[in-house]
Ligand binder design. Sequence first.
Ligand code: 5GP
Length: 111
Amino acid sequence: MTTIFKKIIEKEVSAEVVYENESLIVIKDIHPQAPIHLLIIPKKEIANLQAMEKKDLNILQEVALTAQKLAQKFQCEDGYRLLTNNGEKAGQTVFHLHFHFLAGRTLGDLA
Ligand code: 5GP
C-alpha cells in the first residue's frame, strides 16, 4: 500500500528535506516531539523492521551512519535518540520503514 512517505519520496507531497541520497531521505517530522525531530526514511518500500529481509540489512548500516552525520550537523552528538516503532501496538502509524531521530532536550521515557 502506498504511504504518505512514498509520496514524499516521489515528491508528490512536500516535506522539509534535510538530507537525501539515492537510498534514503531525511525529513523534519510534521508533529515534532522534540526540538530536533527528524525521520530517516529508507526509500525502499518495506513496512517495518519486522518485515525486513536479510538482503536489506545494509539499510540499517546506512541509517546508523546517517544518524551519526545528522548528530554532527545538528550538534547533538552528546545526546540523541534513534528509534523505530514496529507495528500498530508499538505506535507505528505509517507503514513504511522509518527511524525517528530525536534530540534537543533531555529525552524521557517516551519519544
Ligand atoms: P510512526 O508513528 O509511524 O512511528 O511515525 C510516523 C511519523 O510520521 C509521525 O511522527 C508523524 O508525525 C510523521 N508524519 C506523518 N505524516 C507526515 C507528513 O505528511 N509529513 C511529515 N513530515 N511527517 C509526517
